[in-house]
Design a protein around this ligand. Structure first.
Ligand SMILES: Cc1cc2nc3c(=O)[nH]c(=O)nc-3n(C[C@H](O)[C@H](O)[C@H](O)COP(=O)(O)O)c2cc1C
Length: 141
């Protein structure tokens, strides 16, 4: 299975989640690719079995506006029937940005493989385990 992990992270919290996910995918003998969203193309969405998007909560429970929001606006048109997973870190509010993002992905026609994985601030052991579980779900889909 080829899994592309496309992420944005301001202070490294979501990046730590992305690293954990990609490491787990590769440890299980599958192909996990870590791609900063600023370097991602729509081919990275199209040419994989599963795509995982990561972004911390920014704005008012929104996606980061310079890279992630514009990329998702394009990617959403490529997600019909696509297996997709979401993850990210939050801190200020209750994690509602993930609910909004899940709804957006589903409205785009994606097959959400699991509930979005949320970490409060830097991912603790439990959040890291959830990241590895998301990786396992991705490669078994
Ligand atoms: C400009 C800015 C806006 C933020 N907006 C939110 C928000 O709307 N909701 C929230 O829960 N956390 C918010 N946060 C907190 C971050 O989501 C939190 O610090 C997160 O752990 C950062 O993860 P990252 O290092 O992957 O970017 C905001 C932080 C910044 C700097």
């Amino acid at each position: 299975m080829k899994v592309n992990v496309i992420f944005w992270s301001g202070t490294g919290n979501t990046e730590a989640m992305a690293n954990e996910i990609v490491n787990e995918i590769n440890l299980t003998g599958h192909e996990g690719n870590l791609i900063f969203v600023g370097d991602a193309t729509l081919a990275d969405v199209d040419e994989c079995d599963v795509v995982l998007f990561g972004c911390s909560a920014m704005g008012e429970d929104e996606l980061e506006e310079e890279f992630m929001r514009p990329f998702m606006d394009k990617a959403n048109t490529h997600l019909s029937g696509k297996k997709v997973g979401l993850f990210g870190s939050y801190e200020w509010y209750e994690g509602g940005w993930m609910d909004i993002w899940e709804e957006e992905i589903k409205a785009a026609g994606a097959d959400l493989i699991a509930p979005g994985v949320k970490a409060y601030d830097f991912p603790d052991d439990k959040a890291m385990k959830s990241c590895r579980d998301l990786a396992s779900t991705a490669v078994s889909n």
